[in-house]
Design a protein around this ligand. Structure first.
Ligand SMILES: [Zn+2]
Length: 85
């Protein structure tokens, strides 16, 4: 399961599992290129949550428009968890 940040006009994309540690997320952004400004947090999911609650959106580093946070995969996470019960 992965959370995806995606800017359609620029095709900027960042994909990582929600439990990825913050340091690793930052390292991967440095290596991969597109740098999405996320909030403070211990994991990728926390960083997205903080960014969304404090700023209302996560913006694309190139066009500064809000990127989409893939709700499909978040939905799948919920489905996976339900399937395990
Ligand atoms: Zn963009």
């Amino acid at each position: 399961m992965q959370i995806e940040l995606f800017c359609q006009p620029c095709c900027n994309r960042f994909l990582a599992p929600p439990e990825t540690p913050a340091l690793e997320v930052l390292k991967r952004m440095m290596d991969d290129g597109p740098w999405f400004a996320l909030g403070e947090g211990a994991t990728f999911e926390d960083m997205i949550f903080t960014a969304l609650t404090s700023r209302g959106a996560i913006c694309c580093p190139d066009c500064l428009r809000p990127v989409s946070v893939s709700e499909e995969s978040l939905g799948r996470v919920a489905m996976d968890m339900l399937a395990q019960w």
